[in-house]
Unconditional design. Structure first.
Length: 308
C-alpha cells in the first residue's frame, strides 16, 4: 500500500548485508557494511539501556538501529521523528521534505520510471549510500511497471554506486512466478545487482496479535529463503482493507511484531506505516498513524517508540 499526496509519491521496505555481488570491490564493500551493522547492533543494545544512541544526544530516542518509519512532509514533526524511536525514515521521494533532521538517517527512493532521470539520480547520491526503488510496481495506482521495464532501467540505478533495494510489490513477494520472483530471475540472468529485498505486509488478523506476528515472520522467512538476501520490510501494519483495526489492536500488534523483527537476523530494517494519518483506501488504516493532530506521539506512536 502507498500513495501520492500533494505531488509526492508515497510507500515502504528492510537492511542486513551479504548480498550477491559481481566484483571484489563489491565484496569488500559488503564486508564493510557488515562490520558497520555489527557496530550498530552493539550500539542498539547499549541504547536499550540508556535511551539514546551514541552521539545522537539526549532527547533523540532511538530504540533500534533497524526501526524506521514512513512520513510525508516533516514540517512541524521533525522533533517527533527524532523522538519516535526510529533511526531512519523515508518519504517515497528522492530528498527530505521540510525541516532538516540531523539525527535520523533519510533513505531516498526512486518511486517509478519517471524518476530515473539525471536530476533525480544525482540527488539520491547526495542523500546517502542506500537506495529504495520502484514502489508497488505490480499495482496500477502505484509505480505500475512491468518486470521488463524495471530491468531495462536497472543499470542506471546500479550506476549510482549505491546499495540497492529491490522493488517492493504490494503482495506475493514470496510467490513463485510473481512479479518480484520474475524480476529477481531477470536480475540473475543479466548479472545485475540487488543488495536487499524490500517487501510490504499487512495482516488482517486483528484479534490475535501473536498469530499476526507469526504470519509476518513466516512471510519474511519465505522471502529470505527464496531470494537469499537480507530483507527490508518497508510498510507494515494491521489492515483488512474494509474496516480499520482499533488503536489498541495496532499497539498490541506493534509490541509482538517489533520483538519478532528485532530477533530475525536476516531482517536489516523495518518501517511502520506511517507517521501521519493516512486517509486513503477508505480509511482502512485510520488508526495506524503514530502522531495526533497536534503533531505529538499518540498512544500508537508511544507503543512503537518503546517496542523492542
Amino acid at each position: 500500500m502507498s500513495f501520492r499526496s500533494a505531488g509526492l509519491a508515497v510507500v515502504v521496505c528492510s537492511m542486513v548485508l551479504g548480498c550477491a555481488t559481481n566484483t571484489s570491490e563489491s565484496a569488500s564493500e559488503a564486508r564493510t557494511w557488515r562490520a558497520q551493522l555489527e557496530r550498530q547492533q552493539q550500539a542498539a543494545r547499549e541504547a536499550s539501556r540508556i535511551g539514546w544512541i551514541g552521539n545522537a544526544g539526549p532527547g533523540v530516542v532511538m530504540t533500534s538501529t533497524k526501526k524506521g518509519v514512513g512520513y510525508w512532509s516533516n514540517d512541524g514533526i521533525h522533533h517527533v521523528l527524532e523522538g519516535s524511536g526510529a533511526s531512519w525514515c523515508y518519504n517515497w521521494g528522492v530528498a527530505p521534505v521540510g525541516t532538516a533532521m540531523k539525527n535520523i538517517e533519510f533513505v531516498p527512493m526512486i518511486w517509478d520510471e519517471k524518476h530515473v532521470n539525471p536530476k533525480d539520480l544525482a540527488t539520491v547520491k547526495t542523500r546517502g549510500k542506500v537506495l529504495l526503488t520502484f514502489n508497488e510496481p505490480n499495482a496500477k495506482n502505484q509505480a505500475n511497471m512491468t518486470v521488463e521495464e524495471a530491468l531495462s532501467l536497472w543499470p542506471q540505478l546500479e550506476a549510482t554506486g549505491m546499495r540497492l533495494g529491490s522493488p517492493a510489490p504490494t503482495r506475493e513477494a514470496a510467490l513463485n512466478g510473481g512479479w518480484l520472483d520474475r524480476f529477481m530471475q531477470g536480475i540473475k540472468a543479466k548479472g545485475y545487482r540487488v543488495d536487499f529485498v524490500c517487501v510490504h505486509h499487512y495482516s488482517a488478523n486483528y484479534e490475535a496479535p501473536q498469530a499476526a506476528a507469526a504470519e509476518l515472520r513466516d512471510y519474511l522467512s519465505r522471502v529470505h529463503e527464496l531470494y537469499g538476501r537480507p530483507v527490508w520490510l518497508t510498510e507494515f501494519a494491521l489492515a483488512n482493507w474494509n474496516t480499520p483495526a482499533t488503536s489498541k489492536q495496532q499497539r498490541t500488534y506493534i509490541k509482538e511484531a517489533v520483538a519478532m523483527l528485532e530477533n530475525l537476523p536476516f531482517v536489516e530494517r523495518y518501517a511502520w506505516f506511517a507517521m501521519q494519518r493516512f486517509k486513503g483506501d477508505n480509511n482502512a488504516l485510520a488508526n495506524s498513524h503514530l502522531t495526533d493532530d497536534t503533531r505529538k506521539l499518540n498512544p500508537t506512536g508511544i507503543a512503537y517508540r518503546d517496542a523492542k
